[in-house]
Design a protein around this ligand. Structure first.
Ligand code: HEC
Ligand code: HEC
Length: 151
């Protein structure tokens, strides 16, 4: 289980890394981004229950950017702010949407690990990810097939 979750995470990272590579404002590899020069290193994640517990903050945030894009939402859709500081508290579970997202991550993993692997001839071209269903929407729209004569 842990092993295959690592695989899932690695796949997700590969996808998001490919996404980064295409961003037009990508900087040359030898120039550290401005954010890294100014901010202290991010603390390691402390409340991972679905993603591999040994992931670095940078790895988790790569996946988070992917999820946000797949759902067309900002980080605050799933994460809560600390009332005292007014800053995002990513480890907090106060926003109930985070629990929904954890169920979705487990569901997506099960679809890929237990069902998509049963398609062998030919092998699937793509894994299922959040965007397969969500397509940029927090709640996927109900699909209405086109009228029969247009098919
Ligand atoms: C669709 C919901 C969702 C969105 C959107 C989202 N997150 Fe998350 N985030 C989660 C969930 C769920 C976890 C916990 C994962 C786990 O339990 O393994 C998490 C965990 C994290 C963690 C690790 C916290 C810790 O200490 O354990 C960080 C950091 C984080 N998110 C940052 C972000 C950032 C930055 C964004 C926006 C770019 C973002 N998240 C957008 C759902 C989301
Ligand atoms: C197999 C299709 C499918 C996949 C894959 C999928 N979702 Fe969902 N998701 C749904 C459906 C359907 C709903 C319920 C939408 C509704 O309430 O109308 C939903 C609901 C949610 C919600 C609750 C939205 C709300 O406003 O209540 C979150 C958050 C979410 N998904 C996150 C994710 C994340 C993150 C992933 C990937 C790790 C993911 N989903 C993968 C189909 C999917």
């Amino acid at each position: 289980m842990t092993r295959s979750l690592h695989l899932l995470a690695a796949l997700t990272l590969a996808v998001s890394a490919a996404g980064f590579a295409q961003t037009p404002d990508a900087k040359p590899a030898d120039a550290p981004p401005a954010a890294q020069q100014q901010r202290p290193p991010m603390p390691p994640p402390s409340n991972l229950q679905v993603l591999p517990k040994d992931m670095t903050a940078e790895q988790v945030i790569g996946i988070m950017r992917q999820w946000s894009g797949d759902l067309g939402v900002h980080c605050s859709y799933c994460h809560a702010k600390d009332a005292a500081t007014g800053h995002m508290n990513f480890a907090s579970d106060a926003n109930p949407m985070k629990a929904r997202a954890r169920i979705m991550a487990k569901m997506t993993h099960t679809i890929n690990a237990d069902y998509l692997t049963q398609l062998t001839d030919p092998m699937p071209e793509h894994d299922v990810n959040c965007g397969t269903c969500h397509r940029g929407m927090a709640k996927p729209a109900v699909f209405t097939p086109p009228a029969e004569e247009k098919r």
